[in-house]
Design a protein around this ligand. Structure first.
Ligand code: NAD
Length: 363
C-alpha cells in the first residue's frame, strides 16, 4: 500500500513494473503527469540495492521531469524509467530490445531517452522495438549529442542572471569558475571566451582540461580550489550535491549558474542558505533544460537551429523566475516550481474544457 501512498502524495499517474526471465530485465517505468503531453524522461541503469530504492528513485526523477518540461514551456509530461542492474556488465541487445517492447506497450504515453548508465547505442536497440525513444544518433535521424544545446542554454541563462544582478547581461571581463571540463563545460567555455570572460577551470581528468585549452584561454585550478576563488560566477558542470553546508560558506561568487543536475544537496535548506547569502542561484533543471529541449525537438524532426532558438528562451524564463523570487523573497527553485505548477493547472483547465466539449458523458 505504501507505493500507492507515495504515488498519491507526489501525484503520479502510473507506475509499470517490467520483468522478463529470458533477458533478465527488471525495470520500472514511472509516468508522473501527462497534462502537457507524453511523459518524456531517460532510462537510468543502476545497481540498486533494493526494489524500494529503485522505486523511490524513479518516482522522484519522473516528478522532476514534469517540472522541467512545464517550466521550459514544452508540451511534454514527466516520466522516467530505471533498469535494475550493473551497466558495466549486464547490458546487451536483448535487454534493451525487451525494454523497448515494454515502452512500446505504453502506446506513446511514455517516451524514453538515454540517462546515467545507458547510451545512445542502447537507445538504438530500444528503437528497434518502439518509435517512442529519443536521443538517438544523427546517423539514424536523431538529435545526437545534446551538449551544444545544453551549453548554449546555460550560457544564455548565465546572462539572464548577470542582467538581474548587475543590470547588464554582458559577461565581458567577468571572472567565471567552471567546475568540470566535460561536454557541457567545453561548449560553455567557448561562448564565454568569445564574450571576453576570464575563465577559471578544473577537472579531475587532465585530458579533459587539455581539450578545453585547445580552443579557449583559461586559468587551471585544482578541483578543491574551485569553491574558494574570488570570482563573479560559479558554474557547476560536473557533479550533483556540490552546493551544501561545507561549500556555501566558501563560495564568493554572486551567481551560481551551471549545467550539472541536482546541484543543491538539500533543495529547501541550501536554496534558502543561498538566498540568505544573497547568491543568485539559477535552478539547475531550468538552466540545463537545453538537453530536454534538444530531444523534444527530435519528436518533430530534428533541427539544431530550432533547438538552439528554443534554448534561447531560457533567458526569459529565468528572468521571470528571478523577478518573482526578488519580489516575494523566495529561493529561485521555489518560484520556478510555482511557475511550473501554474502552467500545469492552466493547461489542465483547457484540457477539461476540451474533454467536456467532445464527450459530455465523461462528466
Ligand atoms: P561529462 O561526463 O562530459 O563531464 C563531466 C566532467 O566532470 C568530466 O570531465 C569529469 O571528469 C568531471 N568531474 C567529475 N568529478 C569532478 C570533480 N570532483 N571536480 C571536477 N570535475 C569533475 O558530462 P556532461 O555531459 O558535460 O554533463 C555535465 C553535467 O551536466 C552532469 O551533471 C549532467 O547530468 C548535466 N547535464 C548534461 C546535459 C548534456 O547535454 N550533456 C544535459 C543536462 C544536464
Amino acid at each position: 500500500m505504501e507505493y500507492f501512498e507515495s504515488m498519491e502524495k507526489y501525484g503520479h499517474e502510473q507506475v509499470v513494473f517490467c520483468s522478463n526471465a529470458e533477458s533478465g530485465l527488471k525495470a520500472i517505468i514511472a509516468i508522473h503527469n501527462t497534462t502537457l503531453g507524453p511523459a518524456l524522461g531517460g532510462t537510468r541503469m543502476w545497481n540498486y540495492e533494493s526494489a524500494d530504492q529503485a522505486i523511490n528513485d524513479v518516482l522522484r526523477l519522473s516528478r522532476g521531469m514534469t517540472y522541467k518540461a512545464a517550466v521550459s514551456g514544452l508540451n511534454l509530461g514527466g516520466g522516467k524509467a530505471v533498469i535494475i542492474g550493473d551497466s558495466s556488465t549486464q547490458k546487451n541487445e536483448l535487454l534493451f530490445r525487451t525494454f523497448g517492447k515494454f515502452v512500446d506497450g505504453l502506446g506513446g504515453r511514455y517516451i524514453t531517452a538515454e540517462d546515467v548508465g545507458t547510451s545512445v547505442r542502447d537507445m538504438e536497440y530500444v528503437r528497434m522495438e518502439t518509435k517512442y525513444v529519443t536521443g538517438i544518433s544523427k546517423a539514424l535521424g536523431g538529435s545526437g549529442d545534446p551538449s551544444p544545446v545544453t551549453s548554449y542554454g546555460v550560457y544564455v541563462g548565465m546572462k539572464a542572471c548577470a542582467n538581474a544582478k548587475w543590470g547588464s547581461d554582458s559577461l565581458h571581463g567577468k571572472k567565471i569558475a567552471i567546475q568540470g571540463a566535460g561536454q557541457v563545460a567545453r561548449n560553455l567555455c567557448e561562448h564565454l571566451f568569445m564574450e571576453g570572460a576570464e575563465i577559471f577551470i578544473t577537472d579531475i581528468n587532465e585530458n579533459k582540461i587539455k581539450r578545453v585549452l585547445e580552443t579557449v584561454k583559461a586559468h587551471v585550478v585544482r578541483p578543491e580550489e574551485i569553491y574558494d576563488l574570488d570570482v563573479d560566477i560559479f558554474s557547476p558542470n560536473a557533479l550533483g550535491a556540490i552546493i551544501n553546508n561545507t561549500t556555501i560558506p566558501r563560495i564568493k561568487a554572486a551567481i551560481i549558474a551551471g549545467g550539472a543536475n541536482n546541484q543543491l544537496e538539500d533543495e529547501d535548506r541550501h536554496g534558502q542558505m543561498l538566498l540568505d547569502k544573497n547568491i543568485l542561484y539559477a535552478p539547475d533543471y531550468v538552466i540545463n533544460a537545453g538537453g530536454l529541449i534538444n530531444v523534444a525537438n527530435e519528436l518533430e524532426g530534428y533541427r539544431q537551429d530550432r533547438a538552439m532558438k528554443q534554448a534561447e528562451g531560457i533567458y526569459e524564463i529565468l528572468s521571470r523566475i528571478i523577478k518573482i523570487s526578488d519580489e516575494q523573497k523566495l529561493p529561485t527553485h521555489v518560484s520556478s516550481n510555482t511557475i511550473a505548477e501554474e502552467r500545469l493547472a492552466q493547461i489542465g483547465g483547457i484540457r477539461k474544457i476540451y474533454s467536456s466539449n467532445v464527450n459530455p458523458i465523461s462528466k
